[in-house]
Design a protein around this ligand. Structure first.
Ligand code: 5RP
Length: 228
C-alpha cells in the first residue's frame, strides 16, 4: 500500500470521533483532506450537520465543497474535538507539524480543543523528533535574518522556498517559514518556549503534550495510540 492509502485508512478510523452536530477544529494537509471527504459523504448520506473551524485556506475550501459549514474561534472559542495530521509523532505523542505551513492556526485550534486527534501513516512514527522532518517556525518577514542568526544553536535553519512562486513561501497569515534541519536539542518543552521567546517568531511546529489520540494507518491495519 502506498502512503496515501495508509493516510486514508487512518482518516476512516478517525471518523468514529465525528458525531452529528459537532463543531470541529479542522487541521490541514492531505490526511485531513481524506477525512473531510469522508465527512462530506456522511453529510450527504446520513444528513448529519457538521461545522468546522478551518486552519488554512485549503481546508476552508474543501470544507465548503464537502458541505461542512465554516465557523470561527470567535463564535466557538472552545471545541470538543480537533483533528489534524502531523509530520512526526514520537512515542510520547509529541509532534512536529507545519509541513503545510499552517502550524500557527493548527496549534491555536488544537489547544482550543478538549480532544486533539492526529491522523498519520506509519512513516511518521519516530523515536526522536527531528529524525525525518525539519522543525518549521512561522516568522515575521521583517525579522527573518535576526531569527536565522538566533536559530543556529538549535540546528541548521533555512527559509522555506516556494515551488511554483519565486522567493519564499508566504503563509496564510502573510509570514515566512523557517525550517530547522538537524535539530540539536532534545528537551522539547524547553525548546518550544525558547523558540517562541525569540522576537519575530510567531509560532513553532513543536506540539508538546497536545495530542490525545493518534490514528496510525499501517500495513497491518490502523493502530490507535493514546497518552500513557
Ligand atoms: C500542515 C501540517 C500537516 O498536518 C502535516 O504536514 C501533515 O501533512 P500530510 O497529512 O499531508 O502528510 O502540519 O501544516
Amino acid at each position: 500500500m502506498d502512503s496515501d492509502e495508509l493516510k486514508k485508512m487512518s482518516a476512516k478510523a478517525a471518523l468514529e470521533q465525528i458525531k452529528d452536530g459537532m463543531i470541529i477544529g479542522m487541521g490541514s494537509g492531505s490526511t485531513v483532506m481524506h477525512l473531510i471527504n469522508l465527512i462530506g459523504q456522511r453529510i450527504k448520506n446520513d444528513e448529519i450537520d457538521i461545522m468546522a473551524v478551518p486552519t488554512s485556506y485549503e481546508t476552508a475550501q474543501l470544507c465548503i465543497s464537502s458541505g461542512i459549514r465554516l465557523t470561527t474561534l470567535d463564535e466557538h472559542p472552545s471545541l470538543a474535538l480537533a483533528v489534524d495530521g502531523a509530520d512526526e509523532v514520537d512515542p510520547n505523542l509529541n509532534l512536529i507539524k507545519g509541513g503545510g505551513a499552517a502550524l500557527t492556526k493548527e496549534k491555536i485550534v488544537g489547544s482550543a480543543a478538549k480532544l486533539l486527534a492526529i491522523l498519520v501513516d506509519e512513516s511518521k512514527l519516530v523515536k526522536t523528533l527531528g529524525e525525518i522532518a525539519p522543525l518549521p517556525l512561522e516568522v515575521l518577514p521583517f525579522a527573518k535574518s535576526t531569527v536565522l542568526n538566533q536559530l543556529k544553536e538549535f540546528g541548521i535553519p533555512q527559509v522555506r522556498m516556494s515551488n511554483r512562486k519565486l522567493g519564499p513561501v508566504v503563509t496564510d497569515n502573510g509570514n515566512f517559514i523557517i525550517d530547522i534541519f538537524d535539530l540539536r536539542i532534545r528537551d522539547y518543552s524547553k525548546m518550544e518556549k525558547q523558540l517562541n521567546a525569540i522576537p519575530g517568531v510567531i509560532e513553532n511546529g513543536l506540539f508538546v503534550n497536545m495530542a490525545d489520540i493518534v490514528y496510525v494507518g499501517s500495513e497491518k491495519g490502523v493502530k490507535t495510540l493514546t497518552k500513557l
